[in-house]
Structure formats: structure tokens, C-alpha cells
Design a protein around this ligand. Sequence first.
Ligand SMILES: [Zn+2]
Length: 438
Amino acid sequence: MDKEELAPHVEEVARVLGEKADKEAIEKEMETYLTLYRVSLETAKRSIVKNFGGDPNALQKGTRKTVETLTGTEQSVDLMVKVLTVNPKSIEVGGASKNIVYGLLGDETGTVPYTVWETDRVQLKEGSTVLIRNAYTKEYNGSPQLNLGNRATVEVTEESLTVVGAPTNSVGSREAKISELGEGMNYVIVSGKVVSLEEKEITASGEKKNILTGVLTDDTGSVEFTVWGQTKLNKDDEVRIIGAYVKSWRGMPKLNLGDRAEVQVLDKGSLGDLTLTKVQTLEEIERAGGAMDTLVRGTLVDVREGSGLIMRCPDCRRVLQKSTCRVHGKVKGVDDLRIKAILDDGTSSLNVIFAKELTEQMIGVTMDEAIKLTTEERNPDLIKEMAEEKLFARSIEVRGMVRSDDYGPMMIAKDVHFVEQDVREEGAKLLTELEGFN
Ligand SMILES: [Zn+2]
């Protein structure tokens, strides 16, 4: 460590000691401790303060935090973490090459990527639990990243930590299906087909930059992705993405490929049939918070208020109350038809909205017929009542998009069908098989 790097630490010790010692003496002591005694910077500082009769506890300390509470703006933070992965890398800094180490750390609350900038000062060993002091964080593509710079110290401890979200294989990532992606996941491996792809120009920190966005699909669902780095992708490619991370928007997970993400292009067809066939439980949906495209199955346990024939504002499509739009006042409404229902599968329940076409399909009445019937019967609730009668306690399989808001997750249905028929068929098939044994 050279004089320039030591300067802020000398300053700090001098601040604590006040009149007790001058900077020159402190600097000399510091060099002795670091080069002769080879102690850590933190120990050196504490010892020097003590030697000159000062209070070592007056030295600036980082705030102890858990991984989950990192914001990406910490200037000095302490963490007790397990070292999950250690990857050396050579980078170019100002035309010269520099060795750094990057990887993943974790505690009971989650995992965080890290970078060690001074590899001769700080060495981390995979699997060890360490107390890191005076690290700092920066936000990178919306997630905090931990940096161990020239002030950071590392102490190996004997404590054992159970890490949440720890990678399960040696590469340092974990393989996930698209339906399993959830907010805050780091270094995931996910395979799928690029079903759409688009180049977008964005402005980040005042600079124009081209990014790729698209949709990746597997047999459990679809997810939007953004490529922030240099990775090249093509539409219809079947790929294995290594080291991506997940951020959610309104509960809907989005996959991000940063500079460290790696893409392997697979042979066409190697992922097999990517038709969405895997049914998610509502508990899984609730845990994920959302999904771009998902399949669920359950029983309709309630047809909610606001179902049936409704009037919408012609300008903003908001539902009218007594011919009045919340924004546009009294307007001539446009007819619409929908069902708001609650689906339950035994693991949890979910609000589902069926728009006009699906409502027509489910209750077997077109919107024009619905308007005619409602007028004839002079009963504005007629369609809702019909829906209740037709749908209550029916089992359905429904595909759609799930988003979360203050009221929890909500599905916008894209496709629906009743499943009783299937159950009956399966029952008949089973019975035939059983009879075959007799
Ligand atoms: Zn309006």
C-alpha cells in the first residue's frame, strides 16, 4: 500500500488522536505495522490509536448490514458472509492489466456479487465465512454490488452461515426454470428459446446505448429479458444463459444479462417441445409475484362485483360508475363484458380477470345477446347472475399473465377451458383399465 492510499487512514487516526500524535509519527507507525508486523489495516489503526493513548472505538466503523438490506449506496459497510464463489480475472485499467477477483457472497438473507480490487491485500477462500469490514457498494443494473477496495479488511471466522439463494453447482450458478425466477435472484442459469427480440436505444447516465430486449420461453412460461452487455442473440435461438440476474416489475420477474452473463447457443430442437404445459400451483405464483405467461388450474370459488355488462369511458377505458368516468366526468359509455373471479387450487387463491371474448366463451352468450337480455329482463345484474350460475365451483385451466399490485397478484386471462370433461375422461379411462384387470 503506497503513501497516497494510506493517507485517508493516517488522517482518520490523526483525527481520533488529536493532540496526542502528529501525522508523521502515525504514518511511520502505520508502515511498521503493515510491512513489519504484517497485520491488517484495521488492526494497525486500532493498535496505533491505543499506543498513543487514544480510544480505538472512536475509529470510523462501517455499519453492519445483512445482504438483503444493501442499497447500492453504502460507503462503508460491514458484512458477515459466506464466500460462495471466487473467480480471478484480469482487466484493463488505464492501459495496464490488473488482477481482480469477483464472485458471489451470501448470508441468511440472500446473495450479492462482489469484486476484490486489491488482490494482494484481500484473499477470499471458497466456502469460508468471513467478516468483511469497510466495503462499499455500488448499484449495477439496478442491483447492489459489493466492492472490496483499499480500505476493506477481511477476517475469517468460525461461524457457520446458512445462505439463502446459494448456488447449487460448482460454476456458481443455479439452474432454474422460467417459472422459478423470482425477484433478487443472482447468477441464475436458465435455458429457453428467444421468441422475440428487439433493439432499443436508451439513455443511461447521459449516454446513449443500444440494448437488446426480448422474450425467452421454456415449457413452464416466458420471461422478458434485457441484454446490458455485449452478448449477441438471435431470434429463434435456443440458448442456455449463465449468470443472469432477476429484477421484478409489478411482481413480474425480468431477466437481466449483465457484462458477466454468458450465452451458449444450443442446437436447434435441443430443448424439445416448448409448448406451455406445466401447471403452476397458485402458491408458486404467489411466491414469484407474477409471470408473463403461465398456466394454472383450479376451482372458481367466487364471481366478484364488477362482473357482467359494464360501461367504459370512450377516452380512457376506465369503468364508469353511473355514466361517470373518474377522470373525464359524464360521458357516453361504451359497452363491455368481463368476469372478475377468484380461482382456488387448494394451495392458494388468485384473482382472475376474463375480458370480453373469454367471458362470451365461458357463459355462452355474446355481448350483443347480453345487452338484449339485460334490457328485456330489466335486470342490470343479469349477466353477473348468469356467470355465477354457470361458473361457480367449476374447474378450469387458465393461461395468462400475472401481475402484482397492492391487492396482491392478479391474472389477466388469455385462454381458458373447463377441465371437468378431462377429469371425467380420465376417470372413464382409469375405470376401463381397472376393469381390464378383472
Ligand atoms: Zn375517462
